[in-house]
Ligand binder design. Structure first.
Ligand code: GDP
Length: 203
């Protein structure tokens, strides 16, 4: 499992602070409290990896985790934690700043190979989720939804939600978008998600 190697690398607040191009990275987006930190921690089998993304001052930054295999040092592999969106408290100009930064990152970042959108299975596909998926799809990048906290629903309801989201994603964005159920609590779907992300990274 290449994900267990993931270590905090840096936080970028401006385009200049991004690591050099030349590698492969996958971005993680999600509304605040959707379960994004828990999903990253579960993928990487670490308890506090993504906690760093939540420290005050880092909530408006792109947080890079390095999981480059030793033999691929010239082509680094990163997980990128995008700011958790939906904080009503964030002032308007800060929101506009990161919105512009994220949009430009999606439009121009060559190392970016795909987007994972973490959504609470009980409240999927809110406006911001659609916006992020839209950014990826416009760039021709694949997007993959994690319907997390699946442990909160029974199997039947999970499948109902999964199929409803699948249908909606397909009609809105086409077949470059996929989705699965997930739980950081029960570890349901962790292997499936790792396979998608590792595949995009060429690992
Ligand atoms: P983030 O703001 O998107 O990073 O969300 P967190 O990972 O901090 O999770 C928000 C809350 O949801 C926390 O109280 C977590 O314990 C809880 N949570 C996250 N993932 C799961 C899950 O898979 N199952 C359950 N039952 N709770 C979860």
């Amino acid at each position: 499992n290449p994900f267990v190697r993931a270590r905090y690398l840096l936080s970028a607040h401006t385009p200049k602070q991004l690591p050099p191009e030349g590698g492969a990275e996958v971005a993680f987006a999600g509304r605040s409290n959707a379960g994004k930190s828990s999903a990253l921690n579960a993928l990487c089998q670490q308890n506090a990896l993504a906690r760093v993304s939540k420290t005050p001052g880092r909530t408006q930054q792109l947080v890079f985790f390095d999981m480059t295999p030793p033999d691929l040092a010239d082509h680094p592999r990163f997980l990128v934690d995008l700011p958790g969106y939906g904080y009503a408290k964030v002032p308007q100009d800060l929101q506009a700043h990161w919105q512009a930064f994220i949009e430009r990152y999606f439009q121009t970042r060559e190392s970016l190979k795909g987007l994972v959108v973490v959504m609470d299975i009980r409240h999927p596909l809110k406006d911001y989720d659609r916006q992020m998926i839209g950014y990826a799809v416009e760039r021709g990048l694949p997007a993959h939804g994690l319907l997390t906290k699946a442990d909160k629903l029974g199997r039947g309801q999970q499948m109902q939600q999964l199929n409803a989201v699948k249908r909606e994603l397909f009609s809105a964005f086409g077949d470059t978008v996929s989705v699965q159920t997930f739980s950081a609590e029960s570890k349901q779907g962790v292997d499936e998600a790792r396979a998608v992300v590792a595949g995009w990274m060429g690992l």
